[in-house]
Design a binder for this molecule. Sequence first.
Ligand SMILES: [Zn+2]
Length: 457
Amino acid sequence: MSCLLMVAACSSPAAPLSLPASPSSGTPTSSTAAPQPGTATRAPVVSADCSSYRAPDPHRPVLTADVTVTGRSVTGTERVVFTPDRTVTELVFRLWASSPRPRAAGGSSTLTSVAVDGATRTFSRPVPTLVRIPWRGVIGRPVTIDLGFGLVLPRGADDRFGNRGTTSWFASGMPLLAWERGRGWATEPATSAFAEASTSEEMRLARLTIHHAAGLTAVATGSVVSEDATTTVTSAPTIRDVAVAVGAFRTVTLPGPVPVLVAVAPQVKDDPKVVAREVVRATRVHVARFGPFPYGRLVVAVLPDIHGGIEYPGAILLGTGQDKDATVSHEVAHQWFYGLVGDDQARDPWLDEAFATYAEALDRGTGDRYRSAVVPVDGVGRAGRPMTYWEGRRSYFRSVYVQGAAALLRARAAAPAAFDSQVRCYVARSAHRIATPADVASAMPLAVPALRRAGAL
Ligand SMILES: [Zn+2]
């Protein structure tokens, strides 16, 4: 996230989805740039696996959760069934409500109970966002983890956690299994910036039950399974994280590539229909460019205290008035870059931010501004640095979002159709996974020189 534009998370269907035909097969893309003569001869070979998204891991974690939201208080339980693909000596969860930004505004997270395969377990919490549960796990053998937790939502944090009156929201709020398949536990430090340091693989959301006061509405990641005056239940085939918002919302649902539900909090004046139209428009543009929308629906909560937007899988937390600039387009683009194609947001924040900014620039015509932007001296050639490098620096947005997007835009300028094919190949091959810079280099050779100059590779 940044001072102007924010980031988020998401889920996706269990089956591979067909992508639009690539330019090399003769179908034009929705690119805003004019096709350039001669690009066909430079088009790289697009391998067959780029015609559909890779399928999610059939052994991905399964999450079942139950939360009660009352003003600033959230209490809940969650069950995670986790099947390690490597030998583990501990189970690691992250409590992101205890990271510096919400904590400075009165937010916190507590873990009230821990059981593994039905037996109570001890745990340590060496830093506020990190929980370690000693456990010896075997490859391929599922382990069932039951956690009880509580959140105190901050006020005025300008973040994914907050409460004003009866409006409450939290994302990355439930204890988050910090596993990265093939690598291990993601234990990077939290950030104090308007940004993320969280990492999580996709999981199946078997059931998320949200209890709230009568007269309020809950919107959340996933599709609605059932809903009554005080309870909303959602589920999703495959998502990376969860966002929840509860309030006396004004709501509108519009059809698009997927249904778009916009819920506006009473503290802000936005017209839900106007916001929804912009979300649907941006969704159509990005679907045409990158492939099918990764989730069954998209919910957008327009909330007080947030300046910009924050992306989650199938959900966006948005500040007021953000439909008037490029923020909506940026956050919708994150449904592919962070949502469908995940990244370690602490280690490689550019992977989702540079691509979302790039997508937004193509859609909203902000590319010239980004290409001509001055990158601060401590960020020049350092777009690929981790969040720990940006801690305390004011150059994160221009160095990572803008410098990274500008590199992609420059690389695309020479051969837009071929470049678009390579982006689609990157998305298709890395779908439902945590991508790395090496995955970009492998799928997008046309981008490598510019990304190297920017320090992203
Ligand atoms: Zn972003």
